[in-house]
Design a protein around this ligand. Structure first.
Ligand code: ARG
Length: 459
């Protein structure tokens, strides 16, 4: 047992209590944030004359040494300490004696941990953004290659109208783009420095909080010390953003699983991203997509946990808040892993363009356009809907597509039909007549692709 606060105690902490209370097994992940936070703190203490220039310099240099040694593996974090803060401080005291004992002047572990966690989350928000950007680049490449790849668009998982693969993937592009915007917003809102909040009521030392904040890349200090030590909104917002990313990945995974099935065969997941069965030799399973879908629940769980943990906590710091870490770290690792794997799976996946095209042909996806043809020739829409409905029924009974019918047969349903109906309901026409912004025609999609390229170049 190694703790910082033995002074007012007359008994050793119970072993089980010690283990229950300790957080070093997981907060050691924040060693870098803890040390850089301390370096900024002592630098500020030196500038303010709270420590001598020499003391501040010695502390800063030794903190840098500890960081370098941890990074190179020369020293290791010792789990006998209660938390990462205690480990760093004790190591410093071992090396610098009395000067080391001055590190914690004008600071509490409450504002220290609030700082560490915020810096950790802040850098993970940036990492996640980069992963999303790479995923968007992959999606955009597939979009560029498939502006003429016709496939059925679905509603209720029933074939609805023909679209293109570009159009379908473009929907996911929008989702992940919004996810990045959410991360940007969260970053902006959280980028204020809680250090200097003290335990809850600031300190009596003349700290320069603006200075510390700027050293650590924050926009400024937080404006209420009680809130500074007890705000975990940024973690909750990040968890909500991750839950949304996972929801998007999960929907996409679900589609890939369906498309990769023997019945659909729209896509083939690369061998490197598939797994086999221990008993059925023919199997090639989409486990990665399934795991991404499955892990979504885990990230939702983290969001729910932290919301629930926070809901009953009176101001200011309470130990419950230590529970913010494991689940947030797990959600971050899970979401990052899922984005990266999903990206790899997409970029190696093969698209079976013929199957997609045949599927679009076979499902009366041009029925709306056939009705529109009649409307364009003066038939009221509701009547046109009825006429085409009857034709579809006839086709189903005779196992054919509308396009397979002869003009004479069509004329039995309406004498408005002429030879140009066949061109009007071809898959190409159905897609390429949809010219409004956001619609699937090649012309409309090429404009979108240009806009998305510009967006990626600028963000
Ligand atoms: N391990 C603690 C946490 O994560 C650090 C803060 C401890 N502060 C305290 N007053 N016990 O929240």
């Amino acid at each position: 047992m190694a703790q910082l606060w033995g002074g007012r105690f007359t008994k050793e902490t119970d072993q089980l209590v010690y283990a229950f209370n300790a957080s070093i097994s997981f907060d050691k992940k924040m060693y870098k944030q803890d040390i850089t936070g301390s370096m900024a703190h002592v630098k500020m203490l030196g500038k303010q004359g709270i420590l001598t220039e020499k003391e501040a310099k010695d502390l800063e240099d030794e903190l840098q040494n500890i960081l370098n040694e941890l990074e190179s593996g020369a020293i290791e974090i010792d789990d006998k300490y209660e938390d990462i803060h205690s480990f760093v401080e004790a190591t410093l005291i071992d090396r610098l004696g009395d000067t080391g004992k001055k590190l914690h002047t004008g600071r509490s572990r409450n504002d220290q941990v609030a700082l560490d966690m915020r810096m950790y989350v802040r850098s993970e928000v940036e990492q996640m953004d980069l992963l999303l950007k790479s995923l968007l680049e992959t999606i955009l490449r597939i979009m560029e290659e498939n502006t003429q790849t016709i496939m059925p668009g679905f509603t209720h998982l029933q074939k609805a109208q023909p679209i293109t693969l570009t159009h379908h993937f473009g929907a996911y592009f929008e989702m992940f783009k919004r996810d990045r915007q959410r991360l940007f917003d969260i970053y902006e809102r959280m980028n204020y420095c809680p250090l200097g909040s003290g335990a809850l009521a600031g300190t009596t030392y003349p700290l320069d909080r603006e200075y510390t904040a700027s050293l650590l890349g924050f926009k400024g200090p937080t404006l209420n010390s009680m809130d500074g030590v007890s705000d975990r909104d940024y973690a909750i917002e990040f968890l909500a953003a991750m839950a949304t990313i996972m929801m998007h990945l999960s929907r996409f995974s679900e589609e890939i699983i369906i498309w990769n099935s023997n019945e659909y065969r729209f896509v083939e997941i690369d061998d490197a991203y598939s797994t086999g069965s221990s008993i059925m030799p023919q199997k090639k399973n989409p486990d990665i997509a399934e795991l991404v879908r499955g892990k979504t629940g885990r990230v939702y769980g983290a969001l729910n946990s932290l919301l629930t943990t926070m809901k009953g906590i009176p101001l200011a710091y309470n130990k419950d808040m230590q529970e913010d870490k494991e689940l947030t770290f797990d959600a971050i690792d899970t979401t990052k892993g899922c984005i990266a794997l999903f990206d790899g799976m997409l970029s190696t996946m093969k698209f079976n363009k013929e199957r997609m095209r045949d599927s679009a042909n076979g499902g009366f996806t041009n029925a709306t356009d056939a009705a529109d043809y009649l409307v364009n020739h003066g038939v009221p829409f509701r009547d046109a809907h009825g006429i085409i409905g009857a034709i579809v029924l006839h086709c189903i009974e005779n196992n054919k597509a509308i396009d397979d019918m002869s003009l004479e047969e069509l004329k039995k349903f309406s004498d408005v039909f002429e030879e140009d109906i066949f061109d009007a309901i071809s898959m190409e026409t159905c897609v390429n007549k949809r010219l409004t912004i956001g619609a699937p025609s090649e012309q409309a999609m090429l404009k979108v692709i240009e806009a998305e390229k510009e967006y990626l170049a600028q963000s």
